[in-house]
Design a protein around this ligand. Sequence first.
Ligand code: FHN
Length: 435
Amino acid sequence: MNKFLFILFLSVGLLGVQAQERYIPSQSNLDNRAWFEASRLGIFIHWGVYSTLGDGEWVMNNQNFAVDEYNLLPRFFNPLEFNARKWAKLFKQSGAKYITFTTRHHDGFSMWNSKVSNYNISKATPYKRDITKELVNACRAEGIKVMFYYSLLDWGRNDYLPAGKTGQGIVGRDTTKGDWRGYIDFMKAQLTELLTQYGRIDGIWFDGHWDKPDQNWHYDELYKLIHQLQPHCLIGNNHHLAPFEGEDFQMFERDLPGENTTGFGTSADHVGKLPKEVCGTIAGSWGFDIKDRNQKTFKEVLHYLVKAAGSDANLLLNVGPLPNGEIQEYQQDRLKELGAWLAKYGETIYETRGAIVMPHPDYALTKNDKNTFIHVLNGKAGTITIKGYYPNVYSLVTYSGDNALTYSQTPDGLQIEVPQSMVNEHDLILKLTEQ
Ligand code: FHN
Protein backbone atom coordinates (compact mmCIF):
# COMPACT_ATOMS: atom_id res chain seq x y z
CA MET A 1 0.00 0.00 0.00
CA ASN A 2 1.40 3.40 -0.83
CA LYS A 3 2.13 5.89 1.93
CA PHE A 4 -0.73 8.21 1.01
CA LEU A 5 -3.37 5.46 1.12
CA PHE A 6 -1.99 4.16 4.41
CA ILE A 7 -2.32 7.60 6.04
CA LEU A 8 -5.81 7.98 4.60
CA PHE A 9 -6.96 4.60 6.00
CA LEU A 10 -5.36 5.37 9.34
CA SER A 11 -7.11 8.73 9.62
CA VAL A 12 -10.48 7.28 8.62
CA GLY A 13 -9.95 4.50 11.18
CA LEU A 14 -9.07 6.96 13.94
CA LEU A 15 -12.01 9.17 13.09
CA GLY A 16 -14.21 6.10 13.32
CA VAL A 17 -12.95 5.29 16.81
CA GLN A 18 -13.36 8.84 18.10
CA ALA A 19 -16.54 9.72 16.26
CA GLN A 20 -19.35 10.67 18.59
CA GLU A 21 -22.90 11.19 17.54
CA ARG A 22 -23.69 14.87 17.36
CA TYR A 23 -25.69 15.83 20.41
CA ILE A 24 -28.92 17.68 19.78
CA PRO A 25 -30.38 18.87 23.08
CA SER A 26 -34.09 18.28 23.61
CA GLN A 27 -36.46 21.23 24.00
CA SER A 28 -36.78 20.40 27.72
CA ASN A 29 -33.00 20.57 27.99
CA LEU A 30 -32.89 23.97 26.27
CA ASP A 31 -35.64 25.20 28.58
CA ASN A 32 -33.70 23.95 31.57
CA ARG A 33 -30.58 25.73 30.35
CA ALA A 34 -32.60 28.95 30.24
CA TRP A 35 -33.87 28.33 33.78
CA PHE A 36 -30.30 27.59 34.92
CA GLU A 37 -28.88 30.72 33.38
CA ALA A 38 -31.59 32.86 34.98
CA SER A 39 -31.03 31.32 38.42
CA ARG A 40 -27.63 32.83 39.13
CA LEU A 41 -27.16 31.28 42.59
CA GLY A 42 -26.82 27.66 43.63
CA ILE A 43 -25.48 26.02 46.80
CA PHE A 44 -22.72 23.45 46.54
CA ILE A 45 -22.56 20.90 49.38
CA HIS A 46 -19.39 18.89 50.06
CA TRP A 47 -20.31 16.36 52.68
CA GLY A 48 -19.25 12.77 53.18
CA VAL A 49 -17.44 10.39 55.51
CA TYR A 50 -14.26 12.49 55.07
CA SER A 51 -16.04 15.21 57.08
CA THR A 52 -15.51 13.13 60.25
CA LEU A 53 -11.75 13.80 60.09
CA GLY A 54 -12.11 17.57 59.71
CA ASP A 55 -9.28 17.70 57.20
CA GLY A 56 -11.01 18.43 53.90
CA GLU A 57 -12.40 16.09 51.27
CA TRP A 58 -8.95 15.12 49.95
CA VAL A 59 -7.84 13.63 53.29
CA MET A 60 -7.72 10.04 51.97
CA ASN A 61 -5.19 11.06 49.36
CA ASN A 62 -3.35 13.69 51.39
CA GLN A 63 -2.77 11.40 54.37
CA ASN A 64 -2.06 8.34 52.21
CA PHE A 65 -4.62 6.13 53.88
CA ALA A 66 -4.81 2.39 53.37
CA VAL A 67 -8.22 1.51 51.96
CA ASP A 68 -9.20 -0.65 54.97
CA GLU A 69 -8.18 2.14 57.37
CA TYR A 70 -10.30 4.68 55.53
CA ASN A 71 -13.15 2.21 55.41
CA LEU A 72 -13.51 2.53 59.19
CA LEU A 73 -14.85 6.05 58.75
CA PRO A 74 -18.42 5.09 57.78
CA ARG A 75 -18.73 3.26 61.10
CA PHE A 76 -18.69 6.56 62.92
CA PHE A 77 -20.39 8.77 60.37
CA ASN A 78 -23.61 9.27 62.28
CA PRO A 79 -24.95 12.75 61.53
CA LEU A 80 -27.67 12.90 64.15
CA GLU A 81 -28.13 16.64 63.75
CA PHE A 82 -28.81 16.36 60.01
CA ASN A 83 -32.16 17.90 59.24
CA ALA A 84 -32.87 18.07 55.53
CA ARG A 85 -35.81 20.46 56.01
CA LYS A 86 -33.65 22.90 57.97
CA TRP A 87 -30.99 22.82 55.27
CA ALA A 88 -33.53 23.32 52.50
CA LYS A 89 -35.08 26.28 54.35
CA LEU A 90 -31.65 27.82 54.78
CA PHE A 91 -30.87 27.39 51.08
CA LYS A 92 -34.20 28.92 50.20
CA GLN A 93 -33.45 31.83 52.53
CA SER A 94 -30.13 32.41 50.77
CA GLY A 95 -31.94 33.13 47.52
CA ALA A 96 -30.41 30.10 45.81
CA LYS A 97 -32.47 28.35 43.15
CA TYR A 98 -30.72 24.99 43.17
CA ILE A 99 -28.26 22.84 45.07
CA THR A 100 -25.48 20.58 43.84
CA PHE A 101 -24.93 17.77 46.31
CA THR A 102 -21.86 15.52 46.42
CA THR A 103 -23.51 12.13 46.02
CA ARG A 104 -20.07 10.57 45.63
CA HIS A 105 -16.70 12.27 46.01
CA HIS A 106 -13.25 10.93 45.10
CA ASP A 107 -13.18 8.56 48.11
CA GLY A 108 -15.94 6.62 46.35
CA PHE A 109 -18.40 6.68 49.23
CA SER A 110 -22.03 6.86 48.03
CA MET A 111 -24.33 9.18 49.95
CA TRP A 112 -27.40 7.23 48.85
CA ASN A 113 -28.62 3.67 49.18
CA SER A 114 -26.81 2.29 46.16
CA LYS A 115 -27.50 -1.29 45.17
CA VAL A 116 -24.27 -1.67 43.25
CA SER A 117 -21.96 -0.61 46.10
CA ASN A 118 -22.43 -1.44 49.76
CA TYR A 119 -19.97 1.31 50.54
CA ASN A 120 -22.84 3.70 51.09
CA ILE A 121 -24.66 5.73 53.70
CA SER A 122 -27.49 3.24 54.23
CA LYS A 123 -25.44 0.05 54.38
CA ALA A 124 -22.13 1.08 55.93
CA THR A 125 -23.04 3.68 58.56
CA PRO A 126 -24.99 3.54 61.82
CA TYR A 127 -27.12 6.36 60.42
CA LYS A 128 -28.60 4.13 57.71
CA ARG A 129 -30.90 6.80 56.27
CA ASP A 130 -30.73 7.74 52.60
CA ILE A 131 -29.47 11.31 52.95
CA THR A 132 -29.74 12.00 49.24
CA LYS A 133 -33.42 11.09 49.26
CA GLU A 134 -34.17 13.27 52.29
CA LEU A 135 -32.33 16.21 50.81
CA VAL A 136 -33.98 15.90 47.41
CA ASN A 137 -37.44 15.74 48.96
CA ALA A 138 -36.82 18.65 51.33
CA CYS A 139 -35.41 20.87 48.56
CA ARG A 140 -38.25 19.98 46.25
CA ALA A 141 -40.72 21.01 48.94
CA GLU A 142 -39.03 24.44 49.02
CA GLY A 143 -39.05 24.78 45.23
CA ILE A 144 -35.29 24.33 45.00
CA LYS A 145 -33.96 22.22 42.14
CA VAL A 146 -31.38 19.51 42.67
CA MET A 147 -28.23 18.60 40.80
CA PHE A 148 -25.87 15.79 41.72
CA TYR A 149 -22.10 16.05 41.91
CA TYR A 150 -20.61 12.71 40.86
CA SER A 151 -16.89 11.92 40.99
CA LEU A 152 -15.44 10.08 38.01
CA LEU A 153 -12.29 9.49 40.01
CA ASP A 154 -12.27 6.79 42.71
CA TRP A 155 -9.50 6.27 45.27
CA GLY A 156 -10.88 3.06 46.73
CA ARG A 157 -12.04 0.75 43.95
CA ASN A 158 -9.84 -1.88 42.38
CA ASP A 159 -11.47 -1.61 38.98
CA TYR A 160 -10.38 2.04 38.73
CA LEU A 161 -6.72 0.91 38.83
CA PRO A 162 -4.03 1.67 37.82
CA ALA A 163 -4.16 4.88 39.84
CA GLY A 164 -4.31 8.15 37.97
CA LYS A 165 -2.38 11.29 38.83
CA THR A 166 -3.75 11.24 42.38
CA GLY A 167 -4.20 8.53 44.99
CA GLN A 168 -0.81 7.01 44.22
CA GLY A 169 0.06 6.72 47.92
CA ILE A 170 -3.21 5.00 48.84
CA VAL A 171 -2.34 1.39 49.63
CA GLY A 172 -4.32 -1.80 49.97
CA ARG A 173 -5.90 -1.97 46.53
CA ASP A 174 -5.47 -5.06 44.40
CA THR A 175 -3.54 -3.89 41.36
CA THR A 176 -4.38 -7.09 39.49
CA LYS A 177 -8.08 -6.18 39.47
CA GLY A 178 -8.07 -3.08 37.25
CA ASP A 179 -11.07 -3.29 34.94
CA TRP A 180 -11.87 -0.09 33.08
CA ARG A 181 -14.88 -1.46 31.23
CA GLY A 182 -16.24 -2.78 34.52
CA TYR A 183 -15.70 0.63 36.13
CA ILE A 184 -17.56 2.45 33.36
CA ASP A 185 -20.46 -0.02 33.72
CA PHE A 186 -20.44 0.51 37.49
CA MET A 187 -20.74 4.28 37.01
CA LYS A 188 -23.55 3.76 34.52
CA ALA A 189 -25.40 1.60 37.04
CA GLN A 190 -24.96 4.25 39.75
CA LEU A 191 -26.02 7.09 37.48
CA THR A 192 -29.08 5.06 36.53
CA GLU A 193 -29.97 4.73 40.22
CA LEU A 194 -29.52 8.45 40.79
CA LEU A 195 -31.66 9.32 37.81
CA THR A 196 -34.46 6.82 38.35
CA GLN A 197 -35.00 6.74 42.11
CA TYR A 198 -35.14 10.41 43.09
CA GLY A 199 -37.58 11.94 40.63
CA ARG A 200 -36.57 14.89 38.51
CA ILE A 201 -32.88 15.73 38.75
CA ASP A 202 -31.78 18.90 37.03
CA GLY A 203 -28.09 18.28 36.52
CA ILE A 204 -25.13 15.96 36.84
CA TRP A 205 -21.86 17.65 37.81
CA PHE A 206 -18.89 15.44 36.95
CA ASP A 207 -15.47 15.87 38.49
CA GLY A 208 -12.16 14.01 38.33
CA HIS A 209 -11.53 13.76 34.57
CA TRP A 210 -8.17 15.45 35.15
CA ASP A 211 -7.01 12.41 37.15
CA LYS A 212 -6.75 10.39 33.93
CA PRO A 213 -6.91 13.01 31.21
CA ASP A 214 -5.88 10.59 28.45
CA GLN A 215 -8.28 7.82 29.44
CA ASN A 216 -11.35 7.06 27.35
CA TRP A 217 -14.12 7.94 29.81
CA HIS A 218 -16.82 6.81 27.38
CA TYR A 219 -18.67 10.09 27.75
CA ASP A 220 -20.65 9.16 24.66
CA GLU A 221 -22.21 6.35 26.73
CA LEU A 222 -22.44 8.22 30.04
CA TYR A 223 -23.94 11.36 28.57
CA LYS A 224 -26.31 9.46 26.31
CA LEU A 225 -27.57 7.44 29.25
CA ILE A 226 -28.24 10.57 31.30
CA HIS A 227 -30.06 12.33 28.49
CA GLN A 228 -32.06 9.20 27.75
CA LEU A 229 -33.16 8.85 31.36
CA GLN A 230 -33.86 12.55 31.90
CA PRO A 231 -33.54 14.62 28.71
CA HIS A 232 -33.79 17.95 30.57
CA CYS A 233 -30.93 17.00 32.93
CA LEU A 234 -27.98 19.36 32.44
CA ILE A 235 -24.55 17.80 32.17
CA GLY A 236 -21.44 19.67 33.21
CA ASN A 237 -17.94 18.29 33.66
CA ASN A 238 -15.22 19.98 35.68
CA HIS A 239 -12.48 18.86 33.30
CA HIS A 240 -11.13 22.42 33.09
CA LEU A 241 -11.23 22.26 29.29
CA ALA A 242 -13.50 23.62 26.59
CA PRO A 243 -16.90 21.85 26.69
CA PHE A 244 -17.13 18.36 25.22
CA GLU A 245 -19.90 17.11 22.94
CA GLY A 246 -22.98 16.27 24.99
CA GLU A 247 -22.45 18.85 27.76
CA ASP A 248 -25.05 21.45 28.61
CA PHE A 249 -23.19 23.91 30.79
CA GLN A 250 -19.62 24.84 31.56
CA MET A 251 -18.13 25.32 34.99
CA PHE A 252 -15.15 27.27 36.28
CA GLU A 253 -13.53 26.52 39.60
CA ARG A 254 -12.57 29.45 41.83
CA ASP A 255 -12.07 31.60 38.73
CA LEU A 256 -14.28 33.70 36.54
CA PRO A 257 -14.62 32.50 32.94
CA GLY A 258 -11.39 33.22 31.14
CA GLU A 259 -9.38 33.79 34.32
CA ASN A 260 -6.69 31.36 35.32
CA THR A 261 -5.50 32.23 38.80
CA THR A 262 -5.88 28.62 39.96
CA GLY A 263 -3.72 27.05 37.27
CA PHE A 264 -6.58 24.73 36.27
CA GLY A 265 -6.25 26.04 32.75
CA THR A 266 -9.59 27.71 32.19
CA SER A 267 -8.02 30.17 29.80
CA ALA A 268 -10.07 32.54 27.68
CA ASP A 269 -10.02 30.19 24.69
CA HIS A 270 -11.66 27.49 26.78
CA VAL A 271 -14.73 29.62 27.35
CA GLY A 272 -17.60 28.27 25.29
CA LYS A 273 -21.11 29.45 24.55
CA LEU A 274 -22.99 27.20 26.96
CA PRO A 275 -24.47 28.54 30.22
CA LYS A 276 -21.71 29.10 32.74
CA GLU A 277 -21.20 28.50 36.42
CA VAL A 278 -18.41 29.58 38.75
CA CYS A 279 -17.92 27.57 41.93
CA GLY A 280 -16.30 28.86 45.09
CA THR A 281 -16.25 28.35 48.84
CA ILE A 282 -17.38 30.29 51.92
CA ALA A 283 -14.52 28.63 53.83
CA GLY A 284 -11.11 27.92 52.32
CA SER A 285 -11.79 24.23 51.84
CA TRP A 286 -14.73 22.47 50.14
CA GLY A 287 -15.22 19.70 52.70
CA PHE A 288 -15.13 20.53 56.42
CA ASP A 289 -11.62 21.38 57.63
CA ILE A 290 -11.44 22.04 61.35
CA LYS A 291 -8.41 24.33 61.01
CA ASP A 292 -9.90 26.34 58.18
CA ARG A 293 -9.41 29.97 59.17
CA ASN A 294 -10.26 31.27 55.76
CA GLN A 295 -13.79 32.41 56.53
CA LYS A 296 -15.04 34.76 53.87
CA THR A 297 -16.82 37.96 54.81
CA PHE A 298 -20.22 38.92 53.47
CA LYS A 299 -18.53 41.43 51.20
CA GLU A 300 -16.27 38.76 49.69
CA VAL A 301 -19.14 36.37 49.11
CA LEU A 302 -21.32 39.11 47.65
CA HIS A 303 -18.56 40.20 45.29
CA TYR A 304 -18.19 36.59 44.19
CA LEU A 305 -21.86 36.55 43.23
CA VAL A 306 -21.87 39.95 41.56
CA LYS A 307 -18.72 39.23 39.58
CA ALA A 308 -20.00 35.82 38.53
CA ALA A 309 -23.22 37.42 37.26
CA GLY A 310 -21.13 40.17 35.70
CA SER A 311 -19.25 37.55 33.72
CA ASP A 312 -22.53 35.89 32.66
CA ALA A 313 -22.17 32.98 35.05
CA ASN A 314 -23.98 31.53 38.05
CA LEU A 315 -22.28 31.30 41.41
CA LEU A 316 -22.29 27.84 42.99
CA LEU A 317 -21.39 28.71 46.56
CA ASN A 318 -20.09 25.91 48.72
CA VAL A 319 -20.88 24.89 52.28
CA GLY A 320 -18.96 22.08 54.01
CA PRO A 321 -21.25 20.74 56.76
CA LEU A 322 -19.90 19.27 60.00
CA PRO A 323 -19.87 15.49 60.43
CA ASN A 324 -22.85 15.77 62.78
CA GLY A 325 -24.97 17.29 60.02
CA GLU A 326 -24.89 20.92 61.08
CA ILE A 327 -23.83 23.77 58.87
CA GLN A 328 -21.49 26.03 60.78
CA GLU A 329 -22.95 29.35 61.98
CA TYR A 330 -20.68 31.58 59.92
CA GLN A 331 -21.60 29.68 56.76
CA GLN A 332 -25.28 29.99 57.65
CA ASP A 333 -24.78 33.69 58.31
CA ARG A 334 -23.22 34.27 54.88
CA LEU A 335 -26.16 32.52 53.22
CA LYS A 336 -28.73 34.51 55.18
CA GLU A 337 -26.93 37.79 54.46
CA LEU A 338 -26.85 36.98 50.77
CA GLY A 339 -30.55 36.17 50.87
CA ALA A 340 -31.38 39.45 52.58
CA TRP A 341 -29.36 41.34 49.98
CA LEU A 342 -30.98 39.44 47.10
CA ALA A 343 -34.43 40.13 48.52
CA LYS A 344 -33.70 43.83 47.94
CA TYR A 345 -31.50 43.79 44.87
CA GLY A 346 -32.29 40.47 43.22
CA GLU A 347 -33.50 42.27 40.09
CA THR A 348 -29.87 43.21 39.38
CA ILE A 349 -28.74 39.54 39.51
CA TYR A 350 -31.52 37.05 38.65
CA GLU A 351 -32.45 36.81 35.00
CA THR A 352 -29.72 39.23 34.02
CA ARG A 353 -26.96 38.75 31.50
CA GLY A 354 -23.35 39.68 32.02
CA ALA A 355 -20.18 39.95 30.00
CA ILE A 356 -21.19 43.36 28.64
CA VAL A 357 -17.71 44.21 29.83
CA MET A 358 -15.86 41.68 31.97
CA PRO A 359 -15.79 42.38 35.71
CA HIS A 360 -13.04 44.64 36.98
CA PRO A 361 -11.77 44.70 40.60
CA ASP A 362 -13.73 47.96 41.02
CA TYR A 363 -17.00 47.10 39.28
CA ALA A 364 -19.18 44.58 37.46
CA LEU A 365 -22.09 45.09 35.07
CA THR A 366 -25.30 43.13 34.66
CA LYS A 367 -28.19 43.81 32.31
CA ASN A 368 -31.85 43.01 31.96
CA ASP A 369 -34.39 44.08 29.36
CA LYS A 370 -34.79 47.55 30.80
CA ASN A 371 -31.56 48.52 32.47
CA THR A 372 -27.86 48.03 32.79
CA PHE A 373 -26.79 47.78 36.42
CA ILE A 374 -23.39 49.08 37.37
CA HIS A 375 -22.21 47.48 40.60
CA VAL A 376 -19.53 49.74 42.06
CA LEU A 377 -17.51 47.47 44.31
CA ASN A 378 -14.55 49.59 45.39
CA GLY A 379 -16.36 51.42 48.20
CA LYS A 380 -14.81 54.73 47.17
CA ALA A 381 -15.93 58.23 46.26
CA GLY A 382 -14.49 59.98 43.21
CA THR A 383 -14.23 59.19 39.54
CA ILE A 384 -14.73 55.68 38.28
CA THR A 385 -14.32 54.76 34.62
CA ILE A 386 -16.39 51.90 33.28
CA LYS A 387 -14.91 50.39 30.15
CA GLY A 388 -17.00 50.50 27.00
CA TYR A 389 -19.01 52.89 24.89
CA TYR A 390 -22.50 53.87 26.04
CA PRO A 391 -23.70 56.44 23.50
CA ASN A 392 -27.39 56.35 24.39
CA VAL A 393 -27.42 56.94 28.11
CA TYR A 394 -30.80 58.36 29.03
CA SER A 395 -30.30 58.44 32.78
CA LEU A 396 -27.88 57.22 35.40
CA VAL A 397 -29.33 57.02 38.88
CA THR A 398 -28.86 55.11 42.11
CA TYR A 399 -30.79 51.84 42.33
CA SER A 400 -33.54 53.47 44.40
CA GLY A 401 -33.89 56.07 41.65
CA ASP A 402 -33.55 58.86 44.21
CA ASN A 403 -30.24 60.35 43.10
CA ALA A 404 -28.83 61.11 39.69
CA LEU A 405 -25.11 60.90 38.97
CA THR A 406 -22.89 63.03 36.78
CA TYR A 407 -21.26 61.13 33.93
CA SER A 408 -19.53 61.62 30.63
CA GLN A 409 -18.47 59.32 27.82
CA THR A 410 -14.70 59.47 27.31
CA PRO A 411 -12.44 57.47 24.98
CA ASP A 412 -11.56 55.27 27.98
CA GLY A 413 -15.17 54.56 28.88
CA LEU A 414 -18.03 55.98 30.90
CA GLN A 415 -16.67 58.31 33.56
CA ILE A 416 -18.90 58.57 36.62
CA GLU A 417 -18.56 60.85 39.62
CA VAL A 418 -19.45 59.05 42.85
CA PRO A 419 -20.11 61.52 45.70
CA GLN A 420 -19.06 60.57 49.23
CA SER A 421 -22.72 60.49 50.30
CA MET A 422 -23.39 57.54 47.98
CA VAL A 423 -20.47 55.35 48.94
CA ASN A 424 -21.51 51.82 49.83
CA GLU A 425 -18.78 49.53 51.10
CA HIS A 426 -20.51 46.40 49.77
CA ASP A 427 -21.98 47.41 46.45
CA LEU A 428 -23.27 50.73 45.19
CA ILE A 429 -25.76 49.81 42.49
CA LEU A 430 -26.35 52.31 39.71
CA LYS A 431 -29.08 52.00 37.14
CA LEU A 432 -28.24 53.05 33.65
CA THR A 433 -31.15 53.43 31.25
CA GLU A 434 -30.56 53.81 27.55
CA GLN A 435 -32.75 55.63 25.06
O1 FHN B 1 -10.96 17.61 43.68
C1 FHN B 1 -12.14 18.33 43.65
C2 FHN B 1 -12.36 19.11 44.91
O2 FHN B 1 -12.34 18.27 46.00
C3 FHN B 1 -13.70 19.79 44.82
O3 FHN B 1 -14.74 18.85 44.70
C4 FHN B 1 -13.70 20.71 43.64
C5 FHN B 1 -14.99 21.43 43.43
O4 FHN B 1 -14.96 22.13 42.24
N1 FHN B 1 -13.37 20.03 42.40
C6 FHN B 1 -12.17 19.20 42.42
C7 FHN B 1 -10.95 19.89 42.06
O5 FHN B 1 -10.96 20.38 40.77
